[in-house]
Design a protein around this ligand. Structure first.
Ligand SMILES: [Zn+2]
Length: 362
């Protein structure tokens, strides 16, 4: 009894020491992270959607359309779906029920598949849900689960690869949390199986499957004169000018041609990125905003803005050089086809860009 008390008071005495140790450790980690966070440390870019040689050798061709279709639909890198399929059931070669009760090609807990509001759901999520309810899209919708009828046969079947892969994509998509693509992918993997070892294994496999990281700041050949660069190296075709258009003012110029989608957009001149975000605006139920756009402050009252990019461009705070890649042409926001909508802001007001780019057009 006495011994217990001594041990008890020792433990309590240790708590402040442990807290101090933890605080010191956290501060050291913050110092490491902040110290390493220089301008070049931010991984500006995204994972290539091309397959590595490893992926070509390992991933069964029959499943590739399912990953790609589900990935597209839910905004998930398709090779992440392949990595999880490999991890969970070795590409469906082992679809037996796991010790925890996970089922099917992508090893869902039935409560996650049908929805946690199902009456028997608790604990790890093995609700012993009968098959007729498990596979019913109406029941899944009622209980708020992630099961999806991917192949359109009226059933959401966790043992069917197309259904299971769509369901996994939906679940991962709901758990993509964080500010960078890497953070989001790791958060989604963690949500799939709450263990850091699992995250490491799946993430490593995913890295091995993609054909690498595509940097934004690669240089591309474009017309550069007097420290000014034509922003779309791929084309000089202007499809819409500054001024009144469709009953409203067009505050920039549009640059487009067949095949321009996904082509690089480069900085007009050197500056600092002040905006890199999605501009979401609706008017009469239609999206009319810039979509993914980047705004650069060049100093001396000059700013340029690049709209409708296919995905997020280089991050805020990054210094860019003349002609440096800042993003890629897309059709996000209020856009009817891939093009760059380019604006020139002079002392906070949009002006016709043509006088500024005229000598680059020849
Ligand atoms: Zn425009």
């Amino acid at each position: 009894m006495k011994k217990m008390l001594v041990i008890g008071s020792l433990s309590i005495g240790l708590i402040p020491v442990l807290i101090v140790c933890c605080v010191v450790f956290v501060l050291l980690m913050v110092a490491v992270i902040v110290g390493g966070n220089n301008e070049n440390a931010f991984p500006s870019g995204s994972f290539s959607t091309d397959m590595s040689v490893i992926a070509e050798n390992e991933i069964p061709a029959e499943f590739i359309p399912f990953y790609q279709e589900a990935g597209e639909k839910y905004g998930i890198h398709w090779l992440l779906l392949a990595s999880i399929h490999r991890q969970e059931t070795n590409f469906s070669q082992n679809k037996t029920v796991s010790s925890a009760g996970a089922i099917g090609a992508m090893q869902f807990m039935d409560c996650t598949f049908v929805g946690w509001s199902y009456p028997t759901c608790n604990g790890l999520g093995n609700g012993g849900i009968p098959k007729d309810i498990l596979m019913s899209p109406a029941q899944i919708s009622k209980y708020g689960g992630y099961g999806v009828d991917g192949n359109g046969d009226g059933k959401a079947d966790p043992w069917n690869e197309e259904d299971a892969i769509h369901s996994a994509a939906k679940y991962l998509s709901a758990n993509m949390k964080g500010s960078t693509e890497i953070d989001k992918i790791q958060a989604a993997i963690f949500a799939y199986n709450h263990s850091s070892q699992y995250v490491n294994e799946v993430y490593d496999r995913f890295i091995g499957y993609t054909d690498g990281w595509e940097e934004f700041d690669g240089s591309v050949a474009t017309t550069i004169r007097n420290g000014k660069a034509w922003p779309v190296p791929y084309t000089k075709q202007i499809t819409s000018h500054f001024g009144p258009r469709w009953g409203r003012e067009h505050k920039g110029i549009d640059i487009a041609v067949n095949g321009v989608e996904g082509q690089p957009i480069v900085a007009f001149t050197e500056g600092v990125i002040t905006r890199s975000e999605y501009n979401l605006i609706y008017s009469d139920g239609k999206e009319v905003g810039w979509g993914w756009y980047v705004r650069i402050n060049h100093g001396d009252g000059l700013e340029t803005l690049y709209a409708h990019m296919n995905k997020q461009g280089v991050p805020v705070g990054k210094k860019v050089k003349t002609g440096e890649v800042i993003g890629y042409v897309g059709s996000t926001g209020g856009s009817t086809g891939p093009h760059l909508h380019l604006e020139f802001w002079i002392n906070g007001v949009q002006k016709n860009p043509i006088p500024y780019v005229q000598d680059l057009l020849n």
